[in-house]
Design a protein around this ligand. Structure first.
Ligand code: 4AD
Ligand code: MG
Length: 430
């Protein structure tokens, strides 16, 4: 008899199979008892008719509790009204463990309680659906770059210096010196782009953000493409095709998961390139007129982003942010030296920034003066400056935050739901 996964059950209709899993739910009415089995790949209703099992096995059923681990054998049959169109007539039941007092019950629990029990909470249908979508999101991301001539080149996690400003650096001991957990793979990516032309890195990044918001994690995953011979405009063209690709992939491949989350996928179907582009000055005007308290020259706060993100029904770019609010590596806007050749992509439905990127300064002298302005030490960046000495070319790239993107795609209230084990200002366990 074959041991199968529930996701493949339909292919085995009419056959005797063995299923391994956990008790999701039970109900019984005299001579017939029902067990919904969860095996990590799906849910299946199994039916225990008194006549199909010996008395001892049939009576074992009554011991079953939520999340008990079991092996059920039986014959699969088509059942159009059932879960996934299949049911199993059980002929055997083996109990591995009877679970006592499972802490998560179908009743409502508070968020703090659920995140204290995150190691168990992952078995529940909502986190399960979200993390299945996360898996497909990451697959789509990799597929897009792999299909478009990018090479995956990994960047280090221990780094000697800052990429995204010194205020959110995480310091760690590195033998008898100090290292920082990476905030972004970008600087190494720039070196890699000069070797491989189009590259991406994908990994965990760390920011010691002291703010407690629905959008910030301390540890988050970021995918960062970087392209040699690429300007700001071309960079945005890649970003919009990329975001269209991942949204359409999920619409196509995660229907059941979106249904579980009650996420309307119509807005996602509209995520098609080209995306609107608004200049920083234009965005600033909109905010000033709306009276959000925004002051020209500054970065956008969460309420500003929400305001702008409610104005569009698909993702949109904001371009040319002030040099003063961006990192040292940004290229100056030749049309206005106070501005930069930067682009953020904001998600609609009120979600805000999911991508940050732009064109990099390729001129060594300007880069040197930028380092100075940002109080960064030249000796930490000698290797990075080399890239501007040996065949410097215009180049650009961007970073997309996986959890920010998933929060929008799944229409979640809080970013902590978009990662299996969130690391936040006040949470590092389990
Ligand atoms: O805008 P950021 O800081 O840009 C960079 O790190 C660039 N070096 C990327 C590049 O050009 N290669 O971060 C990029 C994205 C943001 O748009 C956001 O989606 C996500 O990373 N992000 C965070 N996500 C969760 N929690 C945080 N604390 C985040 N900070 C940034
Ligand atoms: Mg940013």
């Amino acid at each position: 008899m074959e041991t199968i996964l529930i996701k493949h059950a339909k292919e085995f209709i009419g056959q005797e199979v063995k299923l391994q899993g956990w008790v999701y739910n039970t109900r019984s009415s005299g001579k017939v008892k029902f067990l919904i089995l969860r095996d990590g790949t799906g849910y299946l209703q199994t039916i225990f008719f008194k006549g199909n099992l010996d008395d001892q096995t049939f009576s074992k059923f009554d011991l079953l509790t939520q999340e008990s681990s079991v092996i059920v054998t039986g014959r699969l049959k088509e059942e159009p009204r059932g879960l996934g169109g299949v049911e199993l007539d059980a002929t055997g039941l083996e109990v591995l463990q009877i679970t006592q007092n499972y802490p998560i019950t179908p009743k409502e629990h508070g968020d703090a309680y659920l995140f204290d029990h995150r190691h168990l909470h992952l078995r529940s249908s909502r986190p399960y659906a979200i993390l299945r979508i996360r898996h497909q999101l990451i697959k789509a991301i990799r597929d897009f770059f792999d299909k478009n001539d990018f090479t995956l080149v990994d960047t280090p996690i221990f780094t000697p210096s800052a990429c995204e400003g010194t205020t959110t650096l995480f310091g760690v001991e590195y033998f008898d010196t100090k290292a920082y957990l990476t905030q972004s793979g970008q600087l190494y990516n720039e070196a890699n782009a000069m070797a491989f032309r189009k590259v991406y890195c994908f990994g965990p990044t760390f920011r010691a953000e002291k703010s407690k918001t629905r959008r910030h994690l301390i540890e988050f995953w970021m995918v960062e493409p970087e392209m040699a011979f690429c300007d700001l405009k071309q960079n945005m063209e890649v970003a919009e095709k990329f975001v269209e690709y991942i949204a359409q992939w999920l619409v196509e491949h995660c229907k059941i998961e979106f249904e579980t989350l009650e996420r309307d996928i119509e807005p996602l179907k509209r995520v098609k390139a080209p995306f609107p582009r608004i200049h920083y000055k234009e965005a600033a005007k909109l905010l000033e007129n709306a009276g959000t308290g925004f002051i020209y020259g500054g970065d956008f706060g969460a309420p500003d982003e929400t305001f702008l993100a409610n104005k569009f029904d698909k993702p949109f770019f904001i371009t040319n942010f002030p040099m003063a609010v961006k990192a040292f590596y940004m290229k100056q806007d030749p049309e206005d030296p106070t501005l930069s050749l930067s682009c953020d992509l904001l998600a609609p439905e009120g979600y805000g920034e999911i991508i940050g990127g732009g064109q990099r300064e390729e001129d060594i002298n300007r880069l040197l003066s930028q380092l100075e302005k940002h109080h960064l030490k030249r000796e930490d960046f000698e290797w990075y400056l080399d890239l501007r000495k040996f065949g410097s070319v215009p180049h650009s790239g961007f970073g997309l935050g996986i959890e920010r993107t998933l929060t929008w795609l799944c229409k979640l209230d809080h970013i902590r739901d978009a990662v299996p084990y969130p690391r936040m200002l006040y949470r590092m366990r389990p």
